[in-house]
Design a protein around this ligand. Structure first.
Ligand SMILES: C[S@@+](CC[C@H](N)C(=O)[O-])C[C@H]1O[C@@H](n2cnc3c(N)ncnc32)[C@H](O)[C@@H]1O
Length: 242
């Protein structure tokens, strides 16, 4: 009997967690991965973050600081967690995601758009703000994304970008490495897809250091760039200049 090759996904798209893809291969692998894990995405998320992801999104909206009625793009909205929280806060969210599987599994009344957030179908300067949860490391490129944010958000508008991150403290980083690198893939394998949850922790390697991230956001035209660090995640907020 032969052991199945863990890098071959059912729909034929190859994803090898030890060889992180780039460019179109990355976009296709990411889309396919989220289509696969969509049905149990929320369940695994709540288990692996002990429900903290819900609190982090609330913090992200508080720090967005926009008044009720503001139009907020939820970029890479997935199953709509940010859209739901935004609506509860009186904002007017619009979600967009690359994975049709995630959009089908979404539980939100917000309008949802299928597409790539690196090319937003939104007129220049028309959004009051944007949220983006746990998606930066999945993008094919970050400078192009920050440019799209700067193009679509009005001057004075705000962005809240929440993502997984390694803790800065050495001991916490060690514990986080074991949890995220060894335990999360097992939880994922138990409830969903092992290959996907092997890949997700490793995809942290795509992220540049904070100093570089900050410079890129500023270079795109944002000011007041701030970062709040949680254990296992960080929240970046900024204001569109101009
Ligand atoms: C980890 S999930 C996060 C979902 C949701 N934002 C949340 O907070 O739970 C990452 C999402 O990013 C989406 N995504 C990745 N690359 C994308 C792109 N280029 N354009 C749109 N969505 C993208 C995936 O399809 C997936 O739904």
């Amino acid at each position: 009997m032969t052991t199945p090759d863990p890098t071959i996904r059912q729909d034929g798209v190859t994803l090898d967690p030890d060889d992180l893809p780039e460019g179109d291969d990355k976009r296709e692998a990411v889309r396919s991965l989220f289509d696969t894990i969509a049905p149990r995405y929320d369940l695994v998320n709540r288990i692996m973050t002990f429900g903290l992801d819900v609190r982090w999104r609330k913090q992200a909206l508080k720090r967005l600081g926009l008044p009720a009625g503001s139009t907020v793009l939820d970029l890479a909205c997935g199953t709509g967690d940010f859209c739901r929280e935004s609506a509860k806060a009186g904002l007017a969210p619009i979600g967009m995601d690359l994975s049709m599987g995630m959009l089908v599994a979404a539980r939100t009344d917000a309008p949802l758009v299928h597409g790539d957030i690196l090319a937003l179908p939104v007129a220049a300067g028309t959004a009051d703000g944007a949220t983006c949860g746990f998606a930066l490391r999945n993008l094919v490129e970050l400078p192009g994304f920050f440019d799209e944010l700067a193009r679509t958000i009005r001057p004075g508008g705000r962005v809240s970008l929440l993502d997984a991150a390694e803790p800065e403290n050495r001991i916490l980083r060690w514990g986080h490495g074991i949890y995220f690198g060894k335990i999360v893939p097992r939880i994922g394998g138990l409830f969903s897809d092992r290959t996907a949850y092997d890949y997700l922790p490793k995809s942290l390697a795509y992220m540049p250091p904070w100093s570089e991230l900050r410079s890129r956001i500023e270079a795109a035209g944002f000011s007041d760039v701030e970062r709040k660090v949680f254990v296992g995640a960080h929240l970046i907020t900024a204001t569109r200049g101009g």
